[in-house]
Design a binder for this molecule. Sequence first.
Ligand code: BEZ
Ligand code: FE
Length: 293
Amino acid sequence: MGDVMTASEASATALTGQVIDRLEQCPDPRLRELVGGLIRHLHEFAVEQALTEPEWMAGIRFLTDVGQMCTDQRQEFILLSDTLGLSMLVDLINHGAGSSATESTVLGPFYVEGSPWRSNGDAITGDLGTQPLLVSGHVRDTAGRPLSGATVDVWQNATNRLYAVQDGAQSPENLRGRFHTDVDGAFAFRTVRPVDYPIPDDGPVGRMLQATRRHPWRPAHIHFVVSADGCIPVTTHVFDSASPYLESDVVFGVKQSLVRTLVEHDPAVEPEPAGVNGRWYTVDVDIALSPAS
Ligand code: BEZ
Ligand code: FE
């Protein structure tokens, strides 16, 4: 096509300009910038792809289905953002490299506020099952000073792959809890080894994954939200290094710094910890928080 615009390219460019110009009276400069940028990229996308009318209509139907799938319990738009990598892109823009703080990742849809307060060393489930996991660590600031009284809010799935909030058979408080770090910034809890699981794929996002031949799996992980006075809180995970899905997490949430080896222990070699029968696993989770100012 060279440098010369066709008549339809010229009209498309003029139309895009007209639509953006219509924002002239917008009193909020940031809103104007955001809506203008969105219009420009949407128009560029349609032109670049030579979008057909049936394709445009299919897109409208898909977004309508995504909206209609949303309830108080199900946020299909965030799931769409997660699976298109937008959530992690926003995470990268806002919590990018250059800090020694623990890296963040997606919150996910299974966070429930107000988890029970527990004491260090407690189990977050009534049954440690066949693969008990002992989690321990410290919360410090990025200068290495222990943060006493920090809050460590954790949640994870059960061995049937489901979070308590998805599964009427589990107690609503199963596999979640809040802990306060001790004077040394230490915390500890007992749990079961988390397992790989598919994100909810019975809606339009699941259809999008299937149509594009993508799998719906996330690598096994434990969620953490850690906060302390005077520090920036972090929303993060600890991923099991043994998962086959680390390289292909459906929501692109894995960062190498968050992957940990769950160390296996043999009762023939070491005495079992209290409440554990047979083999068990341990993992160290040290969290570093940036100062707020
Ligand atoms: C989760 O890890 O709980 C999750 C995150 C994003 C989408 C679905 C689930
Ligand atoms: Fe999760």
